[in-house]
Design a protein around this ligand. Sequence first.
Ligand code: AP5
Ligand code: MG
Ligand code: ZN
Length: 212
Amino acid sequence: MNIVLFGPPGAGKGTQAKKLSEHYNIPHISTGDILRANVRDGTELGLEAKGYMDKGKLVPDEVLIGIIKNRLAEPDCVSGYLLDGYPRTIPQADALTGILEDIGKPLDVVLNIDFTNDELLSRLSGRRMCTCGVSYHIDFNPPKQNGICDVCGGKLYQRDDDKEEAIMQRLEVYSEQTQPLIDYYANTGIMVNIDGSGDIDDIFADICKALE
Ligand code: AP5
Ligand code: MG
Ligand code: ZN
């Protein structure tokens, strides 16, 4: 299964991606997670990306296109892939089409998690992350033990861009630069809209039904 997960910041892409990647046994490729790992490790890429990310702005297209091209060439993608947070601009989507043509793994489906309301802000400000990629919410999806990851026992942290100013900027960037991709993919006939409101497990069940 070759999937793109699409939706605004806080829609639940990462949350659903974790479940989908286990269910279909395909790698979860989150460009946000890849960039954050580079920031943490202090790589050259991380140093370049951090300034954009903390402000809620997009990292330049050519950087992301390089990341995704390399990642999709890795052997675990032979059985499929789940892209979360890429593409985010028309040039990124065009580049993806070319990359997928080259490797002979065209997209099967674009899942658009449709969620635009005031709850986005509280979802993001209450989010707590683990470096293993799992995200929690202090009220909506709390870990069993306060501040500790259920999966790996790691210490949870708050993302630097989950502060109100950066959140507002990310929402603006989404509507200006990323939302136009909905029309782009709607025209290809492989887009499925999923209602992103309600219970996490119910949304996952809706996604699985749509994929079958
Ligand atoms: P990225 O990490 O991709 O962030 P984002 O798109 O802003 O999306 P989020 O991760 O914030 O939201 P999500 O949909 O994954 O929500 P989640 O499941 O965690 O990108 C970060 C930055 O990296 C960008 O701003 C940019 O700088 C850079 N970047 C990344 N990719 C790039 C690209 N392609 N081009 C350029 N720059 C790029 O859920 C949110 C919270 O809600 C959690 O607390 C969760 O527990 C909770 N929750 C989830 N579902 C529910 C539910 N149904 N009910 C209640 N709570 C829920
Ligand atoms: Mg995410
Ligand atoms: Zn963890």
